[in-house]
Design a protein. Structure first.
Lengths: 283, 248
């Protein structure tokens, strides 16, 4: 009996060490990437990087102003496509999701979530870029918006389902119409959670490159037009990083640093909202 | 008679929970509905403001007359402004302040006049015997109050839309004895102006607060009458067994 107990304790210790080590290793790549990019990029970040346009080859200096503005335009477009569909769809799933149509919608949303983003880019190329005969910011925004939908949809659904039934009943019992109950009571109570999902979705598409290759294309000039090709941070990083010029490489690193910090900020902010929500839920 | 219930049946899916009930509720009185857990008493009151129907797969048949009018022919949203409800667990709206909670029904139905809203908030809180405790913090979250205060806040919220009937579904089951006593006192005062139907699993409470008591068992109405008569001189064996604690 004694031998068995000792063996069990040893196995226990080993498994504990193994799981702990795995958990640790899971974090290592993130830290490596983060510090690597930061160490290369931080030196190249200066005010010019945010305010100047890229300089032609041979001239030093210049910045990513067009790419930063372009990314903001693309994200705004993506939100205008992804948020209404995601949020309204999520409301439908939370309210009527038990029915057959709900199951179907959920299934396809999961499929869309697993669809490689380059495929979404090709799709937008086929239905938007081809007919318009033009790469455009609009097509890029649409592609990013489509990628956002499943995340927004499922967080909206989950957060709405977390709102206690009793609140809904309390509102209905006051003689409030159903739509008022939804918009003023239920959605408002789930607001922080939904916002978290939205921020995470934005953070995810902010770094997407592949779908933009077929749609927004990139632009080395200043453009905010929806009908013209538009620059974007990930695209410009890509172009600069594969170029043969040392100076451009440094700018690509700086771009990567800005992008990763942006995504990090979005994640931290969304954490903050979530924490507030949980804290309030507990009281 | 304020409310007349005739041949009421209610189901959840195939499961019949309220069976063939005839009951009358007189105006400006308190009617208690008692019975063991699962006897259908909550479902019965939830039929009175048509909240039963919002549960998926739930349905009803039979008749409920409010002032002689069939409530199933009325718009449920309008009906619920006449028939308010207090739930088992206090459910103040977490995103709103105390004052906003009270006026939620009016505001969200389009009343904008600030002066009128403030007036209604004060009046309703006074009527719910909560004013003195909260008048200094009307703009704090409703969740900052204790459980008993929250329940009185919910009562104030229901009163603010000026209903005729108040349904209370075990309003004290989540409260401590002192808060319970306060709510019971309040019920006493409210019956001067409102018709009250209260569900309770606590027989002492029914005896304390009600004028009429109905005893439900397994979805059927076993007996109902004046509270004094029902408790001292029950006609049915099952009622007697229940109130003497032999089952339930």
């Amino acid at each position: 009996m004694m031998g068995r107990d000792t063996l069990r304790k040893w196995v226990n210790r080993w498994m504990l060490a193994l799981t702990f080590a795995s958990a640790l290793i899971a974090m290592v790549p993130l830290f490596l990437i983060f510090f690597h990019i930061l160490s290369h990029g931080i030196g190249a970040i200066n005010l010019d990087f945010f305010t100047e346009m890229p300089k032609p080859v041979g001239e030093t200096g210049g910045g990513f102003a067009n790419a930063i503005a372009g990314s903001l335009v693309l994200l705004a477009l993506a939100c205008s496509v992804g948020l209404p569909i995601g949020i309204f769809g999520g409301i439908y799933l939370a309210e009527y999701g038990g029915r057959k149509t709900g199951e179907v919608v959920r299934f396809f949303s999961d499929l869309l979530n697993g669809t490689p983003s380059i495929v979404v880019g090709m799709f937008c190329y086929a239905i938007l870029v081809k007919p318009m005969k033009h790469f455009s910011a609009a097509a890029g925004g649409a592609a990013l918006g489509i990628i956002m939908i499943p995340t927004v949809l499922s967080t909206t659904e989950t957060m709405l389902k977390m709102v206690p039934r009793s609140l809904r009943e309390g509102a209905l019992a006051l003689g409030l119409p159903y739509w008022k109950t939804m918009s003023s009571i239920v959605l408002k109570s789930a607001r922080a959670g939904i916002l978290t999902g939205v921020l995470l979705a934005i953070a995810r598409v902010a770094g997407e490159t592949a779908p933009l290759l077929f749609t927004a294309l990139g632009n080395q000039f200043w453009s905010l037009s929806l009908k013209e090709p538009i620059a974007a941070l990930p695209l410009q990083i890509f172009t600069f990083a594969i170029s043969p010029y040392e100076d451009w490489h440094n700018q690509a690193w700086a771009g990567a640093t800005v992008l990763i910090l942006m995504v990090l900020c979005l994640n931290v902010v969304s954490r903050f909202f979530m924490k507030n929500k949980l804290a309030r839920g507990r009281s | 008679m304020k409310i007349q219930i005739e041949k009421l049946n209610a189901w959840y899916g195939d499961h019949k929970v309220v069976s063939h009930i005839d009951l009358q509720v007189s105006e400006k009185s308190v009617t208690a509905i008692i019975g063991p857990s699962g006897c259908g008493k909550s479902t019965l009151v939830r039929c009175l403001n048509r909240m039963h129907e919002i549960t998926p797969k739930a349905h009803v048949d039979g008749k409920i007359l409010l002032d002689g009018q069939d409530i199933f022919k009325e718009d449920p949203v309008r009906l619920r402004r006449r028939v308010g409800m207090i739930f088992q667990k206090p459910n103040p709206f977490p995103t709103m302040s105390i004052a906003d909670n009270v006026t939620a029904g009016l505001r969200l139905n389009g009343t904008r006049d600030r002066g009128r809203l403030e007036e209604v908030a004060m009046e309703s809180l006074k009527r719910a015997a909560l004013w003195d405790e909260v008048k200094e913090h009307l703009h704090e979250s409703g969740l900052s109050l204790s459980g008993g205060q929250q329940q009185r806040l919910c009562i104030a919220r229901a009163l603010a839309v000026n209903p005729e009937v108040l349904l209370m579904d075990e309003p004290c089951s989540a409260l401590d004895p002192i808060s319970t006593a306060r709510v019971e006192e309040l019920i006493h005062e409210l019956k001067n102006k409102y018709t009250i139907v209260i569900v309770t699993h606590n027989m002492q409470q029914a005896a304390r607060v009600s004028d009429y008591t109905a005893f439900l068992y397994m979805g059927e109405l076993v007996e109902w009458g004046k509270t004094g008569d029902l408790f001292t001189n029950p006609k049915e064996k099952r009622t007697e067994d229940y109130i003497t604690g032999r089952f339930g």
